[in-house]
Design a protein around this ligand. Structure first.
Ligand code: NAP
Length: 245
């Protein structure tokens, strides 16, 4: 029997990049996966390409509290009680502080931080009642270090770490674990837009000498939601080739 068999996992931002690799790992581990993205068609297509059965795609803009509450209800109606939540959906709207528009600040906070809050709040009651549940929030190393041109993104990612640690403390007594994965520079659509000189400069700071692959993050998430991590909660696992030590 596979280690996640019988589990139902919700993965936001599951159509592309890191989220897609997480969906594949959790499906390979035996979980039924609810693939979530803003477009229901794209989510359904991605769900249909996963190994095994019992997966489904759901459209949900995580920056909307109504959409998040509705998503959790729909997933539980369609797939059953949720045992795993991975808050992975994220966006960037980079700008230096003095030029940053209110909308750029707000959009990043709404999607990257509030979305995780809405979904954790919506799943946690059921998880507490069942006395089991695993939550993994995908932050970033810039949530630990800050980054020029990313004050909105870094603030949201740092907030996600503090949010996770608080939730981990509140829910531990009910058998629910919450952890963070903080990726470094990973090859996805998000980083494909970086100019070559910026990528090269960042690569120069990676002791392991390569950009990360989405699978590097996905394998860590699979470990954190599996039986091997049963005594781990409230932690930040940095997966960055040694960039931040
Ligand atoms: P990506 O390739 O840009 O994919 C982002 C995913 O999020 C897509 O599936 C997108 O789906 C979904 N999404 C965006 N806004 C959403 C919203 N409002 N509601 C629901 N889904 C939404 O990103 P990635 O590089 O894989 O990054 C995944 C996570 O890792 C993000 O949280 C990111 O901040 C974090 N991270 C990435 C890196 C890196 O180097 N790539 C480093 C550190 C941390 P649709 O567009 O179809 O809605």
């Amino acid at each position: 029997m596979k280690e996640l068999e019988g589990g139902v996992a919700v993965v936001t931002g599951g159509t592309r990049g890191i989220g897609r690799a997480i969906c594949e790992e959790l499906a390979a581990g035996g979980a039924s996966v609810a693939v979530v993205a803003t477009g229901e068609d794209r989510a359904a297509k991605a769900a249909g390409e996963l190994p095994g059965d019992g997966h489904a795609g759901f459209g949900c803009d995580v920056s909307s509290v109504e959409a998040c509450v509705n998503l959790i209800k729909r997933v539980e109606d369609d797939l059953g009680p949720i045992s795993i939540l991975v808050n992975n959906a994220g966006i960037t709207r980079d700008n230096i502080l003095v030029r940053m528009k209110d909308e750029e600040w707000q959009a990043v906070l709404d999607t990257n931080l509030s979305g995780a809050f809405y979904l954790m709040r919506a799943v946690s009651r059921g998880m507490m009642k069942r006395r089991t549940g695993k939550i993994v929030n995908v932050s970033s190393v810039v949530g630990l270090t800050g980054n020029r041109g990313q004050s909105n993104y870094a603030a949201a990612k740092a907030g996600l770490i503090a949010l996770t640690k608080s939730v981990a403390q509140e829910l531990a007594g009910r058998g629910v674990q919450a952890n963070v994965v903080a990726p470094g520079l990973i090859e996805t659509d998000m980083t494909a837009v970086l100019p070559d000189d910026v990528r090269d400069a960042m690569l120069g700071q990676v002791p392991l000498g390569r950009l990360g692959a989405p699978e590097d993050i996905a394998r860590t998430v699979r470990f954190l939601v599996g039986p091997g991590a049963s005594y781990i909660t409230g932690q930040v696992v940095v997966v960055d080739g040694g960039m931040v030590m």
